[in-house]
Design a binder for this molecule. Structure first.
Ligand code: 4NP
Length: 156
C-alpha cells in the first residue's frame, strides 16, 4: 500500500519543501518510489507558485539535495489525499487542526519533533526566514535527523 506524506510549514518556501526534498532523496536512494509519496504545503498562501527561498535551496544544494518544489497553500482536500500531515511547529499544527474537517482528519496530523532522535533540545523546526546562514543549516540538520527516523517507521 502506498503511503502519502505531506510536510507543512508557514510559507512552504523554506522548511517543508526542504523536508520534502530530503525525504524524496532517501526514498529514491532506497528504491521506495512506488511505495511512498511525499509533498509539501504552507498554511499561508502568500508565496504560492514561487520556487523555494534561494538561501534554503543553496544550503540544500551544498548537501547534494535538489529542491524543485513550487509553493502552494494546504487545503482541506489534503486530508483526504495524505496519510500523515506533518507540521514543522506548533503554529502550523494548530492551523492544520483548525482546517481538519473531522476527527479522522485530525488524527493524521503529527509534529515533526516526534521524529527527532539526535536533537533533544528542539521541540519544533525553527523558522529560518529571518535568520542568517546558520538558521538554514540548523533546519537541514533537524530535517535530516527526523526524516531518517520517519523513513524507518514507514518501512517498518
Ligand atoms: P517557511 O518560512 O514557513 O519555512 O517556508 C517562511 C517563509 C515565509 C514567511 C515566513 C516563514 N513569510 O512570512 O513570508
Amino acid at each position: 500500500m502506498k503511503q502519502r506524506i505531506l510536510f507543512v510549514c508557514l510559507g512552504n518556501i523554506c522548511r517543508s519543501p526542504a523536508a520534502e526534498a530530503i525525504l524524496q532523496q532517501m526514498i529514491t536512494r532506497e528504491g521506495l518510489v512506488e511505495h511512498i509519496v511525499v509533498d509539501s504545503a504552507g498554511t499561508y498562501g502568500g508565496h504560492a507558485g514561487e520556487r523555494s527561498d534561494v538561501r534554503m535551496r543553496r544550503a540544500a544544494e551544498a548537501r547534494g539535495i535538489e529542491m524543485t518544489h513550487r509553493a502552494r497553500q494546504v487545503r482541506e482536500e489534503d486530508f483526504g489525499r495524505f496519510d500523515r500531515i506533518i507540521a514543522m511547529d506548533d503554529n502550523n499544527y494548530e492551523a492544520l487542526f483548525r482546517l481538519a474537517p473531522d476527527r479522522a482528519a485530525q488524527q493524521k496530523i503529527f509534529r515533526f519533533r516526534e521524529y527527532l532522535r539526535h536533537h533533544p533540545d528542539w521541540s519544533y523546526i525553527p523558522d529560518p526566514y529571518y535568520e542568517g546562514h546558520e538558521g538554514f543549516e540548523l533546519v537541514l540538520d533537524l530535517l535530516e535527523d527526523g526524516c531518517t527516523q520517519l523513513l524507518d517507521e514507514l518501512k517498518a
